[in-house]
Each structure stands twice: as C-alpha cells, then as structure tokens.
Write a protein that binds this ligand. Structure first.
Ligand SMILES: O=C(O)C(=O)C[C@H](O)C(=O)CO
Ligand code: ZN
Length: 276
C-alpha cells in the first residue's frame, strides 16, 4: 500500500508542481478489477477506490496495519459513484445505487464488492479511519441524505451538499463524509475557502467529463497553489490547507474528514480579500 507522509506548511512553499502532485495527489485510484488503497499520515486516514468489473473484490488486510483484519481497529465509509453495486459485510448484502453510502463499523471481518452489470460497473470510493468502538453498519441512500442548497449563480457556485456520515447522520467514531453536486453551469466549490485545523480532509472528484480538468487550490490562505486533477482523482488536504476548486465544467465530489470532532460546521473561513 502506498504511504503518504505529512508535509509542513513552511516546506510546502518551496514545492514545484511535480512535488506537490507527489505529496498530495491520489491518482490511479480507480482501476478495473482492483482495490487500490493509500495510507495517509493525516489522521491515519486510508483513501481507496474499488472498481469491480468482472470480479468480486475483497477488502484485504495490509501488513503495515499490524492487525488481524482490515477493520479490526478501523471503520470505513463507502460511496458508490458508478453503476449499481453490491457490498457484503460478514454475509449480509447491501445493494448500492449511484450516490448511496454504506458505513461499516469496527470489527467486520469480511467485506466484498461486486457490480450488478458488467456494462455499467460500480465505482466505490472508500475512506477508513481508526476507530475505538463499533457503530452499526448502516446504508444511507442518496435520497435520504441531509441536503444543503448553497451558493448562487452570480458566483458560479450553485451546489447541493449531501451529508451522510456526520454528527446528526450515520454515527461514527471519527469519519465525516458526504458529497457535493454542482448545478449545471456552476464550477466553484467552497468559496470563501476554509481550513479546519482539527481535521484533515480528502476530496474525490467525479462526474467530470474526460476532456475537462479541475483546478484544485491548496496551501495556507496567504500562500495558495493549484493542482490539476481529472475525473476519479483524489487529493488530501492537511489541516493547515484550504481545499477548494474550480473546473472547466460542472462536476461532483466526495469530501471526507477525520480528526478531533464530527462537527461538519467546524471550519474557519478565509475572506476572499485575505487570500493570496
Ligand atoms: O461544496 C462545498 O463547499 C463542500 O462540499 C465543502 C466540504 O464539504 C468541506 O470542505 C467540508 O469541510
Ligand atoms: Zn473542509
């Protein structure tokens, strides 16, 4: 499993494009008939992608976890951004349409992923954080997720935030997870941008046309840099970094966090006037 180490903001100022991409970008997450995981040292969050096409794939254990099985001391959030899929957890089946979310609590021993239709395979995005207790495995559909309509067309940021795993939603130890859908014609996510020193965050961009790109912005508010991402690529945000993006077309993205608390609103906005 690839391991991503933490970066100090003072060092970040000197990074060139290639170094920024190497230290923060999670590309090649979605590969046919593979489960790809990256271990980050940001709150020990594991970021992964599972794309079962012909095969049923299993959540395997990794030597660097020093555990008997993957979820022995961890919890996991799974969101499907592809065709209908099936996830089994210790023999129980969960059917996931596009944009449904499944939380699997600490202690589940055997988790598998498969697609219903080879012609329209599932694409699962995974986030896993260390867990101290077991919360029930819970499926929350896209329709049932809490929705917040925000932004406006003047600022090209009309979007709907969908919250799945959070203080008032699916219960978890550390994981907070949801997704944001930009309305057609809107291209900006989080603006004014924010940081949250108490949590790391990962963004996974999807539903972006293949010929388009995301300009993802990161860094301290007064020292910003951009990273270009494509569809199905993810990026980690250290606690000191803003995480926002604009793209050459409308898109959606999954956001997920772990850290000190589960409060979605715990963020410190940075005024546009104060960004450089
Ligand atoms: O569209 C947005 O704005 C977001 O989705 C923001 C993320 O949810 C976030 O950064 C939460 O901390
Ligand atoms: Zn955030």
């Amino acid at each position: 499993m690839r391991v991503l180490h933490g970066v100090h903001p003072t060092d970040f100022k000197h990074y060139d494009t290639a170094t920024i991409r190497e230290r923060f970008l999670l590309d090649k997450l979605i590969q046919p008939d593979q489960l790809v995981s990256v271990y980050t040292h940001y709150d020990r969050m594991i970021v992964g992608g599972v794309h079962p096409v012909q095969q049923t794939l299993t959540l395997k254990n990794y030597p660097n976890l020093r555990s008997e099985y993957f979820l022995e001391r961890r919890e996991i959030g799974i969101i499907n951004v592809g065709g209908e899929g099936q996830v089994t957890v210790d023999g129980a089946s969960y059917y996931m349409q596009k944009l449904d979310c499944l939380y699997v609590g600490k202690g589940a021993k055997h988790v598998t992923f498969r697609s219903k239709d080879v012609g329209l395979p599932a694409v699962f995005f995974l986030l896993s954080a260390p867990a101290h207790t077991t919360y029930p495995t819970t499926l929350l559909t896209y329709a049932a997720a809490a929705k917040v309509h925000t932004g406006n067309s003047t600022h090209a940021n009309l979007r709907t935030i969908h919250k799945y795993i959070h203080l008032d939603g699916i219960q978890s130890c550390q994981l907070v997870m949801g997704l944001t859908i930009l309305h057609n014609g809107s291209i900006w996510n989080t603006m004014p941008a924010h940081v949250h020193d108490r949590r790391m965050e990962a963004y996974f961009y999807f539903d972006l046309p293949a010929e388009d790109k995301i300009f993802h912005y990161m860094g301290e508010g007064h020292e910003t840099r951009h990273v270009l991402l494509q569809n199905y690529e993810a990026i980690v945000s250290p606690p000191w970094s803003i995480h926002t993006g604009s793209a050459t077309a409308s898109y959606s993205f999954i956001w997920g966090m772990a850290g000190e608390n589960l409060d979605y609103t715990d963020m410190d906005a940075i005024r546009i006037a104060d960004m450089f």
